[in-house]
Design a binder for this molecule. Structure first.
Ligand SMILES: [Zn+2]
Length: 632
């Protein structure tokens, strides 16, 4: 997350414009559910797994900060981290979002990673247009169109999901796109064409298939899924992994479903492309699908950013597969409430909607059951409960499921229900669950941040920098120092006043000292530019050299302080008092060390001299701070 030195050729004034036209609250709310609290906004952190929000966004500072994992920065840093982009790529995305033309767009030059991604996206876009044209405008496309219509798909669906058709020739797409000036290398990097092994040249990856366009969150074409029209194999073929496409991180339908999922807090997950299209047509606009595989951790995280609850709508066979259930566990571990709606008779949602209608589908979704209950049913499915042996086996399987429940009360409730249902002693069942709970923990989504040691689920841990921990500085002092930094941002001159009062050493750690120096540097810098008064937080942060410093600074800057000058004066004097007391106590402590050493060395004269000084300082401390509780 380096900001310095990664700006490439983008000029500062353009970066400033991109920043000013992408309000951080608006941008972040496209990814996470923000809730206003006072001046700031809070959310569950998208960068680590948590149940209590510790992710704060400040509209005033245009910064975000997570008090759980330490992730922090400005709008560029957010996009870089969340989209896993380089600085130029993030700048490009934000520029596009704000409708700003970047210089150098379309110009040729050395190809960097970001440029290749942009070219692949361009190639994908052109391919989607071509497939769509081939579906609607060619004679060969008519077969594919018939197939889609046979599944109830109409013109609106074709437009909304940009459906298409890949003609049967070996090089239809290749010819069409190279004629438009796209290079074979980029088409190959996009996974659209494949290099011939025996001879020179390329051939199309997708031939004689109905084409499903895969969009990312922002509606950019990242890949394709193609389905055969005859019995040839494989039935479904996806784009390979490319610089812009990862199967395990994509969800089909996410770009059309995103806003509705965020608004309702619920997502419906179906198995295939046509299930998504059918669900949307039936009015269930929150439907998405994983791309022909079990759900992955990345997909679970993606959904957890927008939804609180997911309903899995699968046919019975797919729902019962071990890999599918692992996917459900990942959703649950990502903090989502998981429900399962299994369709009878081996039907998938597409078939249910076509044969039984929209209402039947919606009521099946409403009747979805909690994941635990679904797993319990599955565990007991083929067991004969009329025999003792059967009941013992069933109890063992049920206990394994119940042991995986996170919530202790819920775990106990299910233990009781299952013991009664299986007619086994309740205590024995509970004991079994307890034993399993110790050895077989539920799967968790590990934090992908390097601030792993700060990861927690309560959101109370603050990233304070390392040296605090080493020195054992009281929390009250750290709080005052952070508050002081926050005030300095508003009025840099307070630092001068504070130093007059406390002497040169104000802060207890290098991190805070460095940040204070950066604020003063920035203040002097803007003063030279004719700007006085408050200092821009983002500029201060960009002066800091490493991630830890930037995280500590953002954490301090993002806190609310009183707006009125009187209010500020009051808390400043509180801070000074706390820091003064701390410095005095530190001095007394050092003196005590020296006294011990002098006593041991037998230097009585010096010892007496220092003892007097020590006594004076002690009584001064008592006078000024009148606290009898010893150290804070
Ligand atoms: Zn976090």
């Amino acid at each position: 997350m380096k900001v310095i030195g990664m700006r490439g050729q983008l000029r500062d004034d353009i970066l400033r414009e991109i920043r000013s036209r992408n309000d951080i609250v608006e941008v972040i709310s496209e990814y996470v559910l923000l809730k206003q609290t006072g001046k700031n906004y809070k959310a569950l952190c998208p960068f680590h797994t948590e149940r209590t929000p510790s992710f704060v966004v400040s509209p005033e500072r245009q910064l975000f900060h997570c008090f759980g994992c330490g992730a922090s920065g400005d709008v560029f840093a957010f996009i870089m981290k969340l989209e896993n982009m380089s600085f130029p790529e993030a700048a490009r995305l934000l520029a596009e979002r704000a409708g700003i033309d970047l210089p150098g767009d379309g110009a040729s030059g050395p190809r960097r990673e970001g440029d290749i991604k942009a070219l692949i996206l361009e190639a994908n876009e052109a391919a989607a247009d071509y497939f769509n044209w081939a579906l609607l405008q060619t004679r060969q496309g008519a077969t594919a169109l018939d197939y889609l219509r046979g599944r109830g798909i109409d013109e609106d669906d074709i437009v909304r999901f940009k459906l298409g058709y890949a003609p049967p020739g070996w090089d239809s797409l290749y010819k069409a796109l190279t004629r438009k000036g796209l290079s074979p290398e980029i088409l190959e990097a996009a996974g659209l064409i494949i290099k011939r092994k025996e001879s020179r040249g390329f051939y199309d990856r997708f031939r004689n298939r109905v084409m499903f366009t895969i969009f990312d969150l922002h509606g950019r074409v990242v890949g394709f899924g193609g389905r055969v029209l005859d019995d040839s194999q494989p039935k479904y073929l996806n784009s390979p992994e490319t610089a812009v496409f990862s199967k395990g991180s994509s969800l089909y339908g996410i770009s059309v479903a995103r806003d509705e999922i965020r608004a309702s807090g619920r997502a419906v997950i179906v198995e295939g492309y046509t299930d998504v299209i059918a669900a949307h047509r039936a009015g269930v606009r929150t439907a998405v699908a994983s791309l022909g595989t079990a759900l992955t951790q990345n997909q679970a995280r993606l959904l957890a950013r927008y939804a609180k609850e997911v309903v899995l709508a699968y046919d019975a066979d797919f729902a019962g597969e071990a890999a599918t259930i692992r996917g459900m566990d990942l959703l649950s571990a990502a903090g989502l409430q998981v429900k399962v709606a299994v369709f009878p008779g081996g039907k998938d949602p597409d078939e249910v909607i076509r044969s039984e209608g929209r209402d039947a589908f919606v009521s099946m979704l409403d009747g979805a059951r909690p994941l635990v209950e679904y797993k319990l049913d599955l565990a007991l499915k083929d067991i004969d409960l009329s025999t003792l042996q059967g009941r013992v086996a069933a109890a063992a399987r049920a206990a394994a499921v119940v042991a995986g429940i996170q919530n202790a009360v819920e775990r106990l409730e299910y233990s009781r229900v299952m013991a009664a249902r299986l007619n086994v002693p309740e205590e024995a069942f509970i004991e079994e669950v307890r034993k399993l709970g110790r050895t077989g923990p539920a799967p968790r989504v590990p934090s992908k941040d390097k601030f792993g040691q700060n990861r927690n689920t309560t959101g109370n841990t603050h990233v304070e920098g390392v040296s605090h921990l080493r020195q054992g500085v009281p929390a009250k002092v750290i709080k005052a120092e952070r508050g002081l930094l926050r005030l300095m941002l508003e009025e840099p001159d307070v630092y001068i006043a504070v130093r007059r009062e406390l002497g040169e050493v104000v802060f207890s750690c290098d991190e805070h000292r460095t940040i204070a120096a950066a604020i003063m540097d920035e203040a002097r810098n803007s003063e030279r530019g004719g700007v006085t008064g408050s200092v821009d937080a983002a500029s201060v942060i960009s002066r800091l050299a490493d991630d830890t410093l930037r995280a500590v600074a953002t954490g301090a800057f993002i806190e609310d302080i009183p707006v009125s000058p009187e209010g500020r004066k009051e808390i400043l004097s509180d801070y000074i008092k706390v820091l003064k007391e701390h410095l005095m106590r530190e001095r007394i402590r050092r003196m005590e060390g020296e006294l011990k050493a002098l006593e041991a060395s037998g230097d009585t004269a010096k010892f007496q001299e220092l003892l007097v000084e020590w006594q004076e300082l002690r009584s001064k401390l008592d006078r000024e701070f009148a606290s009898f509780g010893g150290f804070m």
